[in-house]
Design a protein around this ligand. Structure first.
Ligand code: NDP
Ligand code: HSE
Length: 442
């Protein structure tokens, strides 16, 4: 039976930087394969950048304007791809595209984490798709895996390395003995970091992505404001070395866990056993471990940033959108995996309610009895020590004491740490990191 011939799907591209440029290349290079998958061509009909003069002389095969609203308002455009970044004007552009009945594909995790509920509700109302595979973990099809591949499961928890820049810095500190500032400079030079690298190293970017993952995993509204966020800025190379001595690696993890009383949603540097698969995820790579009641644990690994890995996700979304252009809107895969009227507002738990094992680095005067003072405070809060590392300090006035603590409630540790910090022998802020076994004993 021959297939009816349909015209191409016409795309309006907002932004032609790293991701937009990669998208143009992948769509062109794989045009034949893509048309075979969709049943029609996908073409870029118009694009917007801040400075079109930059693209002069390039054979882009489409109109380029500096006015992104002109693209959204172009009646010839079927799908808007937003790869500009930032909150405004991206938010207004996407809402206007939706109101005009256009489908949207975006890589903008910051926008969706902070304004996703409004955007998805508007899209639902208009019967259009807002696809966002590229917003989480670059080229890894993690959204599709959770939303569709694991749809038969009750997902219990997920944990992921979802910021390539931080992972690159931690890898450089451990494997190449680089210090933090030079590892960050290298990540920026290689193009992994956000325009504001604070989003990478302070955990915000990972928190944006985790917020979206938690929503599709548990069927809860997007709630970035309640995500606990700590980055890697305060880590020192000595922590990486101590962790290694204790049999662990430090990773910036995003963890979302469903409990009887609510949901834990947290991003923080975490010690994980060095034998764990996630411990060997190095450089700019990402990986997400998902625990479902039927399947058990599944692991998704790949490039989390960069032009073509991210374009891979954008183009996959375009293929999905193109295939559904003729489908009944009420029969589409819901944006956040669960039907919009079946979302549950589980409470997001405060960090004080979290249970974990811990790593502490305490700097104290180099004199007898210091360790006993620290141990006494911990014991009075029912917190026990699993291991201790104290390197020979010689005549140094100040020594680091590294402790590994058994699992306890974070609220109890907060109370103990306030007392330890106030001890006159303690000379600097105590560094506290969490230790997770991720399904194995920590
Ligand atoms: P870039 O800075 O490389 O590109 C941004 C593009 O948007 C540029 O072409 C810029 O124009 C254009 N642009 C920005 N503001 C406007 C505006 N007001 N009007 C018209 N054009 C505008 O960003 P990336 O490609 O790195 O990132 C894009 C999005 O993808 C962000 O949301 C980012 O978080 C996300 N993302 C990025 C990944 C990556 O690896 N880079 C991975 C996953 C997601 P001009 O060229 O003239 O400056
Ligand atoms: N800056 C981000 C990262 C880009 O390092 O992971 C991909 O989202």
């Amino acid at each position: 039976m021959s297939r009816p011939v349909m015209g191409p799907v016409r795309v309006g591209l907002l932004g032609m930087g790293t991701v937009g440029g990669g998208t143009v290349r992948v769509l062109r290079r794989n045009a034949g394969e893509i048309a075979r998958r969709v049943g029609r061509e996908i073409v870029i009909a118009q694009a917007a950048v801040r400075n079109p003069a930059r693209l002069q002389g390039l054979d882009l095969g489409c109109l380029v304007t500096s006015d992104p609203f002109a693209v959204v308002r172009n009646p010839e455009i079927d799908v808007v791809v937003e790869v500009m970044g930032g909150i405004e004007p991206a938010r207004s552009l996407i809402l206007e595209a939706i109101a005009a009945g256009k489908h949207v594909v975006t890589a903008n995790k910051a926008l969706l984490a902070e304004h996703g509920n409004v955007i998805f509700a508007a899209a639902q109302e208009q019967g259009v798709v807002v696809a966002f595979e590229a917003a989480v973990a670059g080229g890894i099809p993690i959204i599709k895996a959770i939303r569709e591949g694991l749809a038969g499961n009750r997902i219990q928890w997920l944990a992921g390395i979802i910021n390539g820049t931080s992972n690159y810095i931690l890898t450089q500190m451990r494997a190449e003995a680089k210090d933090f500032p030079s590892a960050l400079a290298e990540a920026q030079r290689l193009g992994y970091a956000e325009a504001d690298p604070g989003l990478d190293i302070d955990g915000g970017d990972a928190a944006h992505k985790l917020t979206l993952l938690a929503s599709i995993a548990f069927g809860i509204p997007v709630d970035f404001a309640h995500c606990h966020v700590e980055g890697i800025r305060n880590l020192d190379r000595v922590d990486v070395v101590y962790a290694e001595d204790l049999g662990y690696r430090i990773k910036l993890l995003g963890i979302a866990k469903r409990r009887a009383d609510g949901v834990e949603l947290r991003v923080h540097p975490t010690l994980i056993p060095e034998r764990h698969l996630l411990a060997s995820v190095e450089g700019p790579f990402n990986a997400v471990l998902v625990d479902g009641d039927a399947v058990g644990q599944t692991l998704y690994y790949g490039r989390g940033a960069g032009a073509e890995p991210t374009a891979s996700a954008i183009v996959a979304d375009l293929v999905d959108v193109a295939r559904t252009l003729t489908a009944d809107p009420s029969n589409r895969v819901p944006h956040l995996a669960f039907q919009p009227d079946c979302m549950s507002a589980l409470p997001l738990l405060p960090m004080a309610a979290v249970e974990s094992a811990y790593y502490l680095r305490i700097h104290a005067h180099n004199r007898p009895g210091v360790l006993a003072q620290v141990a006494t405070v911990l014991a009075e809060h029912d917190i026990s020590i699993e291991a201790l590392v104290q390197k020979e300090a010689g005549a140094a006035a100040d020594v680091p004491i590294v402790l590994l603590l058994h699992r306890c409630r974070e609220g109890d540790l907060d109370a103990a740490l306030a007392r330890i910090q106030a001890l006159p022998v303690v000379t600097r802020p105590v560094l506290r990191l969490r230790v997770e076994g991720l399904g194995e004993s920590a």
